[in-house]
Design a protein around this ligand. Structure first.
Ligand SMILES: [Zn+2]
Length: 504
């Protein structure tokens, strides 16, 4: 290279460096090293460097890094380069080396310019200063003016804009939600998403939008609303807002809550008993149920997801009838060669099948999935009845019977088992609800709920009850048991008790 050319080259490099020394600006006249210094002072190590490390965007990232400080494995590389390619960000040219300063905080001026460019807005010509600290000569004056005009940024009451002030993640969530007109997410409102954001927090609606639209999923179940937002985080948010390919996969909204009914319940990484245990929940913990597949419920709790055996969750629908979607076994006792108890030609097996069919019809009308152990006059072994429940991933087991004794004995009693059934207490609650309904609606003598280890209640794992509707040997009970009108009341009472149990 000839000396003169070398000199020109050096001058060119110097010029480029000085004119591009500041972030988002073409004409960096007002930018200066002290501004950068000020930003660095604000910078704290961010726990969000891992935020949403994988988006659903699957295109191979270009091997060569545009910015020296955003290497190929940087969590936000693709988002940053996406914005760079669209001239929404420019970065810094430092001695011919392109840098992005991903961990530095975004200032209000930078954010205003980036958002306006992302929205395809133009720089507004500013002749008179709107803010005392943003003269028309300020590099971002036109962008700030446009952002204020669009209602996305506001100044302060003292007439300043504070262009160099950093933005908090909470403030940014509001700006992004408004700027990109993120629609209201179609999920149950006021669900806690991050453990540091209560539903009554002022920025909750915006943070919820960012979460449900796959723009931010925080870190370690936290959103950290008071932290300043880094340039990398901000770039990721803007890229995801602009292009759905970058959005994070979002957990489907909860279909139900589940209250843990076991002392401890293992949370696994996948829906099978061999999957690794990633946590444990204690009795009474309420989790969000995202989906149910066989025996496995995908749950979220404190922002984490995992899988638990659904037999140890009391499921409560977010909306709709409490029994909607529930899998309930209705077991009509006896059948076929086993008539159960009898009075002359009246058999228990026929009474209980008639009531069971009515219960099935009522539950199905409310959206439950009902499994009958028998629908006709056939014999089924007790083991088969339990096996039918297990084969169908049943969530509740209700066995219907009729009693007999001396003519003076009368009334309704409902059994549950705590000797072997791990859901003994839940069974007790179900028994109480059904018992109370029958006694009250059919005016039956209340013989109470009883803990007894009948085969079908002790060998199920889910809440299970055995109802003795009344005594075939008692005149008053017999009239009711053989009346279609009362059979419907018995069935309605059983249905009501189940609904009541699921509503508690
Ligand atoms: Zn019986």
């Amino acid at each position: 290279m000839q000396p003169l050319r070398l000199l020109l080259f050096c001058l060119l490099v110097l010029f480029c460096y000085s004119s591009a020394a500041y972030a988002e600006t073409d004409s960096s006249v007002t930018s200066s090293p002290d501004v950068l210094q000020e930003i660095r002072d604000f910078h704290q190590p961010s726990p969000f460097d891992a935020e949403s490390s994988r988006s659903s965007f699957s295109a191979a990232s270009t091997g060569k890094a545009t910015f020296a400080d955003v290497p190929a494995d940087h969590w936000a590389k693709r988002e940053i380069e996406f914005l760079y390619e669209r001239a929404i960000i420019q970065g810094y040219n430092e001695n011919g080396v392109m840098k992005f300063h991903p961990n530095e905080n975004v200032t209000r001026a930078q954010a205003a310019k980036m958002i306006m460019k992302a929205l395809g807005e133009s720089e507004k010509k500013v002749t008179r200063a709107r803010f005392t600290d943003v003269p028309p000569s300020h590099w971002a004056a036109g962008w700030i003016e446009r952002a204020v005009e669009k209602g996305i940024f506001k100044g302060y009451e003292d007439g300043t804009f504070q262009p160099n002030a950093p933005l908090k993640r909470s403030q940014m969530s509001k700006i992004i939600a408004i700027a990109f007109k993120l629609p209201e997410p179609a999920v149950a409102k006021n669900q806690q998403i991050f453990r540091d954001i209560k539903p009554d927090y002022w920025a909750y609606p915006y943070i919820a939008k960012l979460y449900y639209h796959g723009i931010s999923n925080g870190s370690d179940n936290q959103f950290m609303p008071e932290s300043y937002i880094s340039r990398a985080q901000f770039s990721a948010f803007v890229a995801r807002a602009l292009n759905k390919d970058f959005r994070l996969s979002v957990n489907s909204p909860a279909i139900a809550t589940g209250k843990v009914t076991a002392d401890t319940l293992n949370v696994r990484s996948a829906g099978n008993a061999n999957a690794s245990v990633i946590g444990q929940l204690v009795r009474g913990t309420v989790v969000n149920v995202l989906e149910i597949n066989g025996y496995w419920a995908k749950i979220s709790y404190n922002g984490k997801t995992g899988y638990v055996h659904k037999s140890y969750l009391k499921l409560k629908n977010i909306s709709g009838n409490p029994v909607q979607g529930r899998i309930i076994v209705v077991d009509a006792g006896h059948g076929g060669t086993d008539p159960g108890t009898m009075k002359e030609k009246t058999y228990e097996k026929n009474i209980v099948l008639s009531v069971a069919k009515k219960v099935k019809q009522k539950l199905e009308s409310a959206g439950a999935k009902v499994i009958m152990t028998r629908e006709t006059d056939v014999f089924k072994k007790l083991e088969e009845r339990v096996q039918i429940a297990k084969n169908n991933y049943a969530e509740l087991f209700v066995s219907i019977h009729v009693n007999s004794a001396s003519p003076s004995a009368s009334g309704t009693e409902t059994y549950y088992d705590t000797s072997k059934n791990p859901n003994g207490y839940e069974s007790y609650l179900l028994a109480k609800a059904i018992q109370q309904q029958i006694v009250s609606n059919a005016s039956m003598k209340d013989r109470g709920v009883k803990d007894y280890n009948f085969y079908v209640v002790r060998n199920n794992n889910v809440p299970s009850v055995l109802i003795e509707l009344g005594f075939i040997t008692n005149n008053s009970d017999y009239q009711k048991l053989t009346s279609d009108y009362y059979q419907d009341i018995f069935a309605q009472s059983i249905y009501n008790g189940i609904v009541q149990y699921y509503s508690q």
